[in-house]
Design a protein around this ligand. Structure first.
Ligand code: NAG
Ligand code: NAG
Ligand code: NAG
Ligand code: NAG
Ligand code: NAG
Ligand code: NAG
Ligand code: NAG
Ligand code: NAG
Ligand code: NAG
Ligand code: NAG
Ligand code: NAG
Ligand code: NAG
Length: 629
């Protein structure tokens, strides 16, 4: 069950690409404002109903998937709604054979082990308490035990870790070069008895060489440091990402040292409590809250990682994991700029679609096939421990995420296969809705007030933004204004990114032509071949206006990209093979044209109290164009 095939063809029209013209190169980020009010959207409801059937038919009711032996919870959440967009819970029929001390029926509150998804809580706790200013500090500055190990270290660079070059941030981003574990996982002397190991070809060693602790008994702090002193590195720091559990344990130690508090207390006080995650636990909770498909020992429900908790000990429910995801999307616990830094890659990987973050695996998902420049990123973490599997994914550009929790006799790829189906479903749905919302909100004709015929012109009420200095000089809509032949049209194309600007006249001049020609430094000889394209992308900059009883309007800034789409573009194959030649580097040309300190690529839409767009202002042209239809 790699992927559940799912056809939403009737719900979401996929239209062909515009022919010939060079593909637009958007700025990286959301291509449209994020759609809201999704719970009531008929497309979202239709998709949810389809998914109900797909999951029942292709997993729950399908005897070939092994679903009689595992239970799972799935939720799809968005930052703009408190309730999930979709959820599905399945209880394994085999659960009743176990005399389980846990729940008999799985729901949103059922607690699972989340394994390494704990690392998200660890990084979030660190960011919320210590912040990311110290990411570049060497860990020796904050951990005296490591500083001592570093001082004593022998000179052999192959077997000795370069502790001074390992930074706090590298622990979170899997770039410290530390090996994965000390004795917890992978240490053969904990997995097989020595006689068996000798028979397999491993040499007998002095007893002192074997770790005194590991998966059972787990290491105490002192033993852990003694062990670290003996471990060779995998790589020098920042060479290549290599998954390391130890990194997150050390990260928790740094937070403890700086705050003077126990890490579990920090997690509870700074993350669980503020986000109201009352079904999330740093240590094993009461059995009655959890799904326990077998004995506590066989399922590892009760196994405690003790000192190494920060890397994988936690327990959570689907409802709480979705709340965590919402908290990240909404930046509830961090300053928005810190969340934006956090939701970025730290390193490459060998898969061109995959990058590595803190502690995210990041994947690039194409939005429009063969249009190489439209994509979103999903920030994921998977975990597994004993009978449990977990996945949390967040797609910031679309403001959605997925929670998958599973317990029982799990097929290896269950959580990722479910996430794959959710991505196949919700990525096109949400990008379709964002486009449709943008079409309904912004598309139309905008004209200077002097062009509005007096017969159908109703005097606008005093603009709610009159009190803002930015728009005051040219927001005066008092009539009659001197005649000014300025106007533009906003369109939304079925596949092109962003809001299209067409028929853009400024005092009678074709401004799209002027903007693209100046922005791209076009020679006079080329002018007749120029094919200007002006498209607008959300910047995230906006001003809420205090106003009347309805709560006031807002001003929302978009950035224009001025492109010449005249020359035939590289086809996607050429683009993939090229080393330096590119058709998509528009970020380099942002705000290349400024008129008296106001950017020509800055467009500000004015929303009224009713949530409708009233006008658009181009800052360089200092003109307010009223939306007429
Ligand atoms: C799943 O199985 C149940 C019980 O046999 C049945 O009532 C239901 O219609 C089935 N649903 C689907 C979508 O196959
Ligand atoms: C479950 O409990 C019942 C009744 O106490 C007992 O007969 C049965 O053997 C138990 N099953 C298991 C798997 O422990
Ligand atoms: C470092 O060396 C000192 C002096 O030889 C010794 O006392 C201490 O135990 C060593 N520390 C570690 C962590 O190996
Ligand atoms: C090691 O395991 C083998 C079977 O795999 C068993 O015969 C032997 O007694 C075990 N040795 C010890 C020391 O436990
Ligand atoms: C084992 O210990 C003995 C005595 O302590 C020592 O002479 C020997 O070199 C050690 N062997 C290994 C492989 O470390
Ligand atoms: C747990 O949190 C949920 C969601 O906020 C809330 O409805 C519920 O009352 C809380 N339960 C307890 C026991 O605090
Ligand atoms: C994408 O490109 C491939 C190879 O060039 C082609 O076979 C395929 O039909 C294209 N798909 C679309 C949707 O244009
Ligand atoms: C207002 O008048 C103009 C010019 O006659 C016309 O194009 C436009 O559609 C009218 N708008 C409305 C809302 O009636
Ligand atoms: C204009 O802004 C100032 C300062 O922000 C505020 O004190 C004043 O009440 C505002 N006036 C109106 C009419 O909103
Ligand atoms: C519009 O401009 C006129 C003349 O400059 C001025 O008297 C009036 O206060 C302005 N109105 C607003 C809403 O800014
Ligand atoms: C935009 O809305 C118009 C009018 O409702 C519709 O005709 C057009 O198909 C829509 N375009 C897109 C891309 O949704
Ligand atoms: C419009 O263009 C005319 C002719 O070039 C010029 O005199 C006038 O000042 C311009 N007005 C504005 C508001 O740009």
């Amino acid at each position: 069950m790699r992927r559940l095939l799912l056809s939403l063809g009737s719900l979401i029209p996929f239209l062909p690409l515009p022919s010939e013209a060079k593909a637009n190169c958007p700025l990286y980020g959301p291509l449209f404002p994020r759609p809201t009010n999704l719970l009531h959207d008929p497309v979202v409801k239709a998709v949810a109903a389809t998914l109900d059937n797909v999951f029942v038919e292709h997993i729950d009711n399908d005897t070939t998937t092994g679903s009689e032996r595992y239970s799972y919870s799935v939720e799809v959440f968005t930052g703009s709604e408190d309730k999930p967009l979709w959820s599905h819970y399945w209880t394994a029929p085999s659960l009743k054979n176990f005399n389980s001390t846990g729940v008999t029926r799985v729901d949103s509150n059922t607690v699972f082990r989340i394994g390494s998804v704990t690392k998200i809580f660890t990084v979030l706790t660190f960011l919320a308490t210590v912040g990311d200013e110290i990411w570049n500090d060497p860990i020796t500055k904050h951990l005296p035990e490591i500083a001592e190990i570093a001082r004593n270290a022998s000179g052999d660079p192959i077997l000795t870790t370069d502790w001074e070059s390992i930074t706090v941030g590298s622990l979170a981003s899997q770039t410290s070069g530390l090996i994965r574990d000390y004795a917890l996982l992978g240490e053969l002397s904990y997995q097989l008895n020595l006689t068996d190991l000798y028979n397999l070809g491993f040499p007998p060693l002095n007893a002192s060489e074997y770790p005194p602790c590991g998966s059972w008994p787990t290491c105490e702090r002192k033993q852990l440091f003694a062990g670290l002193a003996r471990l060779p590195p995998s790589f020098p720091p920042f060479m290549t990402p290599t998954y390391s559990d130890i990194g997150f344990v050390l990260l928790s130690y740094v937070a403890e040292r700086i705050t003077g508090k126990d890490f579990n207390t920090l997690v509870k006080e700074t993350v669980l409590k503020p986000l109201n995650l009352n079904h999330t636990f740093v240590e094993v909770p009461e059995d009655s809250l959890g799904i326990i498909p077998g004995t506590s020992r066989a399922t590892q429900w009760g196994f405690q990682l003790a000192e190494e908790s920060a890397t994988g000990n936690m327990y959570s429910s689907a409802g709480d994991m979705s709340s965590l995801g919402r908290g990240i999307l909404r930046s509830t616990l961090l300053k928005p700029a810190m969340t934006r830094r956090w939701l970025k890659p730290s390193s490459f990987s060998s898969d061109r679609k995959a990058l590595v973050g803190m502690p995210w695996g990041i994947r690039r998902i194409e939005l429009v096939k063969n249009q190489t420049y439209q994509f979103v990123h999903t920030f994921n973490k998977v975990g597994s421990l004993g009978a449990y599997g977990c996945l949390l994914a967040i797609i910031p550009e679309l403001d959605i995420g997925f929670t998958v929790l599973a317990a029982g006799d799990l097929p290896a790829s269950l959580t990722t296969a479910i996430a794959e189906t959710l991505a196949d479903t919700y990525v096109p749905t949400l990008s379709y809705l964002a486009r449709a919302y943008a079409n309904a909100t912004f598309a139309g004709h905008y004209r200077h007030a002097s062009l509005l015929s007096s017969s159908n012109h109703t005097t606008p009420s005093p603009p709610p933004f009159a009190n803002t200095t930015a728009s005051a000089p040219y927001s005066n809509s008092t009539l009659p204004a001197p005649p000014l032949n300025s106007s533009l049209t906003i369109t939304v194309h079925p596949t092109a990114p962003g809001l299209g600007v067409s028929a853009w006249l400024s005092n009678g001049t074709d401004m799209a032509f002027v903007a693209v020609a100046i922005n791209n430094n076009v020679s006079a000889a080329y002018l007749d071949q120029l094919r200007p394209s002006v498209r607008l992308y959300p910047t995230g900059l906006e001003e809420k206006l205090s106003g009347g009883s309805a709560g006031g309007g807002k001003r929302v800034a978009f950035k224009a990209v001025f492109e010449d789409v005249g020359p035939a573009g590289l086809d996607p194959r050429e683009e993939e093979e090229a080393s330096f030649v590119t058709d998509c580097a528009t970020w380099v040309g942002v705000t290349a044209v400024v008129y008296a300190s106001r950017p020509l690529d800055l467009f500000v839409f004015e929303f009224g109290e009713d949530g409708k767009v009233e006008a658009v202002v181009n800052e360089a042209l200092r003109v307010r164009l009223v939306k007429v239809d």
